[in-house]
Each structure stands twice: as C-alpha cells, then as structure tokens.
Design a protein around this ligand. Structure first.
Ligand SMILES: NC(=O)c1ccc[n+]([C@@H]2O[C@H](COP(=O)([O-])OP(=O)(O)OC[C@H]3O[C@@H](n4cnc5c(N)ncnc54)[C@H](OP(=O)(O)O)[C@@H]3O)[C@@H](O)[C@H]2O)c1
Length: 259
C-alpha cells in the first residue's frame, strides 16, 4: 500500500513514518520540511500521486502571533486542501488525527479546540471515506509549550488532568487500521492511567536530570483541570502506563555518561 503521512516530522508523524514503513508500506512524507505546504497547497498534488491512503497527523498553525480566527482559518484551509487533493488524486481513504474531548462544552470559546472540531466536521462531510482518530494528550505533551512554559529557573505547567497515551501507541493503532477492511468513522484512543500534567512534566525532567522547580498554574480552560480531558467509556485503552513509557523514554534519551 502507498501511504502519505501528513505531519511526518512531528511527534506522532515520526512514529508513524517508522511504523508504517516497518509494516511494509511505501511511505510519502508530507510537511513543509519536505517541500509540501498544506495551507498553500505547494507540492501537494505531486506528493499524493499514486497514494492509496492518507494519514493526517499535521498540526498547522500560523507563524508568530496569531489570533484564534487566524488559527481556525489555517486549520480549515489545510484540512480542505488535503481532503480535496487526496480525493482528486485517487486515494480511497483518509485517517485524520484529532484530540479526544474537544467537543466538550467547556471548549466552546477555545479556538484551538474549535479548530479541531471544524477539521473533524470537514472530514466527515467529504465524500472520501474518513476515520477520525481522537487521541488523548500524548505522554510527550509533558514538554509541549502549549501546556508547559520553561524559564531559566522554573517550569510553569498548566495543571491539567490527563489520561495520556504514548504517541508510539497511537501510531501502532493507526498502522493496524491500514490493514482493516472495516471503516469506522471515529476511533477514540487513550492511555491506561490518569496523571496531572505537572507530575508528568516533573518525571520527564527527572529523566533529563533537570532539577528546575515545576510550578503548577491554572490551565487555559479551567475544566481541563477537573476531568473533561479524561477518556470516556467508549475509548480504547492502548499503550504503556506512564512508568512503562518513562522507561522507554529514558532509554531513547539516555544521557551520555563520561568515562
Ligand atoms: N501532542 C499531543 O499531545 C496530541 C494529542 C492528541 C492529538 N494530537 C493531534 O495529533 C496531530 C499531531 O500532533 P503532534 O503533536 O505530533 O504535532 P507536531 O509535533 O506539532 O507536528 C506537526 C506536524 O505538522 C506539520 N505541519 C504544520 N504545518 C504544516 C503545513 N502548513 N503544511 C504541511 N505540514 C505542516 C509539521 O511539519 P513542518 O513544520 O515541517 O511543516 C509537523 O510535521 C495533531 O492533529 C494534534 O492535534 C496531538
């Protein structure tokens, strides 16, 4: 199978590149780094030539300071361009990654999640058969500037209550979907346990022997701290626990010890 992976240089996309390649498929990476821009359409048709399935793990956002409307418009533009180009170039399926919980009313005025809702709606409305994979925050979110703000002497972390999933486990689940005949419209994925983001960040910084103080701050949306991002009963639990993931993370990011 020939698979295009949009967002190929990102946290999830890098795992997808490895997993999908190892499963024996031909892979075409899509990112601005690879000369393809989903927002302007530069290089898109050429990248999708001969592709059977498109996986969208991109996360477009305007460069520099942008307001919520600019962000939403960029996400919509990218989603529409990718879907239309995939359809016209003959792909038969799209797997589009989104965030678990964005539909909750707590996010009715939160532009990043409104953008995700719009992207999901665009995918469902198109003629190209689409599966939307709604994943909970990744373990890797422990260092993501969307929730973690690092300074020289301390790290401020939004006090979100999460049920994180390993990006590698999401990539593995998506790779398995490529072989499945059945096309489910929505699949929800989460990890096996709950943790507050400041604790997760503390444990990841410990791997790096980074002793800066971790200070919890209020999340951008208050309810992010009270459970709206936890997995519903309908979600599949996949991947390692936090402790198991940290072992893998420590091995992959082993600090070189001098002789
Ligand atoms: N991070 C999380 O905890 C989390 C949790 C649940 C779901 N998700 C969702 O999973 C998806 C991937 O997240 P991630 O954290 O892996 O994202 P990421 O690390 O920020 O990577 C984003 C990717 O999108 C590409 N991209 C951005 N703008 C582009 C454009 N205009 N044209 C082409 N490519 C573009 C980037 O490459 P270039 O910069 O080279 O273009 C990069 O490869 C997103 O939809 C995200 O909302 C993330």
């Amino acid at each position: 199978m020939h698979v295009a992976i949009a967002g190929s240089t990102g946290v999830l996309g890098s795992h997808l590149i490895r997993r999908v390649t190892c499963a024996g498929h031909i892979v075409t990476p899509i990112a601005r780094y690879h000369g393809v821009d989903l927002v302007t359409g530069r290089g898109l048709d050429a990248a999708l030539d001969g592709v059977d399935v498109v996986i969208d793990a991109s996360d477009p956002r305007p460069r520099g300071l942008a307001d919520g409307e600019e962000l939403r418009s960029e996400v919509r533009e990218a989603a529409e361009r990718l879907l239309e180009a995939a359809y016209v170039m003959g792909a038969y399926r799209l797997i589009s990654v989104s965030v678990l919980g964005v539909e909750h009313a707590a996010f009715d005025a939160f532009a990043p999640y409104l953008a995700k809702r719009e992207k999901e709606a665009i995918a469902h409305a198109h003629d190209l058969p689409t599966t939307v994979v709604k994943a909970s925050h990744f373990h890797e979110f422990a260092l993501n500037p969307a929730g973690v703000h690092a300074f020289a002497d301390q790290v401020l972390v939004q006090d979100m209550l999460l049920q994180p999933v390993a990006a590698g486990a999401v990539a593995a689940a998506i790779t398995e979907m490529l072989e499945a005949d059945m096309m489910t419209e929505v699949i929800e994925l989460a990890g096996p346990e709950e943790i507050r983001l400041p604790e997760l960040t503390r444990r990841v910084l410990d791997v790096h022997r980074d002793r800066r103080a971790v200070m919890p701050i209020a999340p951008l949306v208050r309810q992010m701290g009270t459970g709206v991002l936890l997995a519903p009963d309908t979600a599949l639990m996949v991947g390692p626990t936090v402790t198991e993931w940290l072992d893998i993370y420590a091995r992959d990011n082993a600090v070189c010890t001098p002789y």
